[in-house]
Design a protein around this ligand. Sequence first.
Ligand code: SF4
Length: 328
Amino acid sequence: MAPKVRASMGTLGVLGLELVQMDTPPTTAYLQIFTEKRCAANCLFCAQASGSQADLTHIARGMYMPADLEAVVQRLKMAYQKGYLARACIQTALYGEWWKDTVYLIKKIREESEIPISLSVFPLGDEQYRELKALGVNELVIQLDACAPGLFDKIKGKATGGPYSWDRHMDGLKRGVRIFGKVGTHLILGLGETDEEAVRIIDELQKHKINTALFSYTYVRGAQLSIEPNIEDSIRHYRSVQLARYLLTEGMATYSDMRFSDGILSDFGVGRDAIVRIIEDGKAFQTSGCPDCNRPMANETFSRIYNFPGEPDEREKEGIKRELGSIR
Ligand code: SF4
């Protein structure tokens, strides 16, 4: 059987392997190593978890379809040369052959092209980090997903029966920084964390050179976790954390400048005018993470955008002002 890889529908559209009508095409190719097995870990929000009944093609709202690996790699080379794609992002999963399959895919991409590669993986030993770096991985990403240790245990740690722990993830991130110089992580907002917990961990991670990519919790049919969010609260929370993250990463405010009341951000530590300028600029509300990662429609619906894949338009900026509520 010819080797396969999973690729998001948007990626297959840009590569010309599927006919897909897109408002905003992805600027990164979103790939996942191919297996028909479930992941040995059991993150409750994930379609592919060991205890999930969901379809294996789902990652959050995205559908990752099996495709011919050679064809994807060849088209990726052309799309990179033509400037349609600026990065390849490889998601892994935990199963017996995951390392062999991951190395194979990275080598295949690197034989054909210099496209920057992000690899999203669980904590590994230093030797494997070094090997990944030597193979040509540019960005190492280890997904914390939860904003605090107790939530981590509940959602993807001990309570799920899975192999992960907060301490090992934090240790894996910090060791990754020593080898790669910087690393990334994903945080899912909407799992029950407060503004304060989210902002505190973003600040702590940043001090360790760990860049955060924000995602919103998305229900996947058949997954073990089902949270019915209060839409108004959830969008206020998301926008507040996006804004605070931006202030921290741009050095415009520190965590100690910010104030919280019952876990809710009550003061961003900068004046109202600065916040209005940030909203008008729009970058704070665009997709965060690795360079050139825009993830269009990964967590969004047409009526509810959490991460804007490009600069929000004027109507969207007005919406952001409303969603943030009274600007403090
Ligand atoms: S931030 Fe984007 S490119 Fe980086 S690992 Fe996450 S999804 Fe992939």
